[in-house]
Design a protein around this ligand. Structure first.
Ligand SMILES: O[C@H]1[C@H](O)[C@@H](O)[C@H](O)[C@@H](O)[C@H]1O
Ligand SMILES: [Fe+2]
Ligand SMILES: [Fe+2]
Length: 324
């Protein structure tokens, strides 16, 4: 039972056939300039984007509290336990659109740029990228689902605390990089003083590839697990986007690059493109959900048609944190 299933020859998946895949992957950096996306100077609150120090004060307090708790509690051991528990994906089933609708009730407390329900964000980013890359429907679908992992915040999914679901992510098991937002709070993380974990490479080796690196747990990793375990047919760049779109220290500041391998570097080009739409499409201008719904349902349908044995995604809903 899966929405996105590895299927015979990946037939015409999202118009991205193997040959084209190579071509478009190779051209990723060129596409950055071709996209024509105009970045707005200010966010929905009239401030600069990702300003963690001078944002509207009430909002800033909420955001800072989320990061403080995230930095203190996301340890190597915590991440391992969470991945094990949530990797089971044995607690609930639903369609992609149903899941999008659940995000009507989710507000992300790590985000200084948006306090709208998350379904708006999904559609705003998907519509923005669709406008500039009309033929890359795999990108539209990737944008639509990239933040679905935030359902972990909802009561019916265990109601994980915000710090275990949202916010920028970072590798655990090696030294925290100073470019992380609100870096100072890592000093209270038990791993900060652990000699196994606080060197540049920590438990990893140079160039080992991000796939071998544990990231702080959250909506990125969870949605990646959901897609992968359901045998997704999305291209590897899409999975990379889903899994690392919150890794701002790397894709915005170049931190942790020594852990990447060649495939990561290729996929990073797509992530950098995607990031413009993820970040700069956040605004107070709403999308008419009913108007765009048929298009996204048709994308989902396209995936479902490839499925052999069902049309649902499996989500883990067990409240691991409560049972810890
Ligand atoms: O506050 C945001 C939000 O949680 C996003 O979903 C995440 O991808 C970003 O990295 C983060 O800065
Ligand atoms: Fe996200
Ligand atoms: Fe997002």
């Amino acid at each position: 039972m899966a929405v996105i299933v590895q299927n015979a020859a990946d037939v015409e998946l999202f118009g991205l056939q193997q040959e084209e895949k190579k071509k478009t992957h190779g051209d990723a950096s060129e596409l950055v300039s071709d996209g024509g996306f105009k970045m707005p100077e200010n966010n929905a609150f009239g401030q600069s984007f990702r300003d963690y120090n001078n944002a509207d004060s009430e909002r800033q307090e909420i955001v800072e509290r989320t990061y403080r708790l995230q930095h203190i509690n996301q340890t190597y051991d915590f991440v391992k336990q969470m991945r094990e528990e949530y990797g089971k994906l044995d607690k609930a089933e639903m369609s992609i659109w149903e899941c999008c609708e659940l995000l009507n009730d989710v507000v992300d407390e790590s985000d200084p740029d948006l306090d709208e329900p998350q379904i708006m964000h999904l559609l705003q980013s998907a519509e923005a990228i669709r406008k500039d890359y009309p033929d890359e429907d795999w990108l539209h679908l990737t944008a639509l689902i990239h933040d679905l992992g935030k359902i972990l915040l909802l009561p019916q999914f265990g109601q994980l605390p915000q710090w275990a679901v949202v916010g920028d992510i970072f590798p655990v098991g090696c030294a925290f990089d100073k470019s992380n937002v609100h870096y100072k709070y890592f000093e209270e993380n038990p791993d900060y003083k652990n000699p196994n974990y606080n060197t540049k490479n920590g438990v990893y080796s140079q160039g080992c590839g991000l796939n071998n690196v544990l990231m702080s747990f959250g909506h990125d990793d969870y949605m990646y697990l959901v897609a992968k375990e359901n045998g997704t047919t999305l291209p590897s760049a899409a999975l990379f986007i889903i899994r690392y779109h919150s890794l701002y220290p790397l894709h915005k500041c170049g931190a942790y690059e020594h852990l990447m391998n060649g495939e990561d570097r290729e996929n990073l080009k797509w992530l950098k493109i995607f990031n413009n739409y993820d970040l700069y499409s956040k605004s107070k201008v709403p999308i008419d959900v009913e108007e765009v719904k048929p298009y996204y349902l048709s994308l989902v349908e396209k995936v479902v048609n490839l499925v052999v044995d069902g049309n649902t995604v499996v989500y883990s809903i067990q409240s691991f944190v409560e049972s810890m």
